[in-house]
Design a protein around this ligand. Sequence first.
Ligand SMILES: [Zn+2]
Length: 103
Amino acid sequence: MRLHTEDNVMVIKGRDRGKQGRVTKILHKEDKVMVEGVNIVKRHTKATGGVRQGGIIQKEMPVRVCNVVLVCPGCTKPARIGYRFLADGSKARVCGKCEEVIE
Ligand SMILES: [Zn+2]
């Protein structure tokens, strides 16, 4: 998975194309991520037995990883991610545009 939680991503495909948001959850098995404010589905619910009120519930649905790109915090542009090994041997993500290391 090339995305981490708290990353700022931009949607490049589908209904929410162009929207940006923060990754709140990563679903490794499904190759999907939850992005704040993206892919919101409205559900109409019926009142059941007078206990719960009917109405519209808005719910965020996960987005496929291939439909989003990481927005580089350095140049604030959607970035192609590269990898680089740091001096301490750890692998870091770097922005393909400005070559800034992305935390
Ligand atoms: Zn950059």
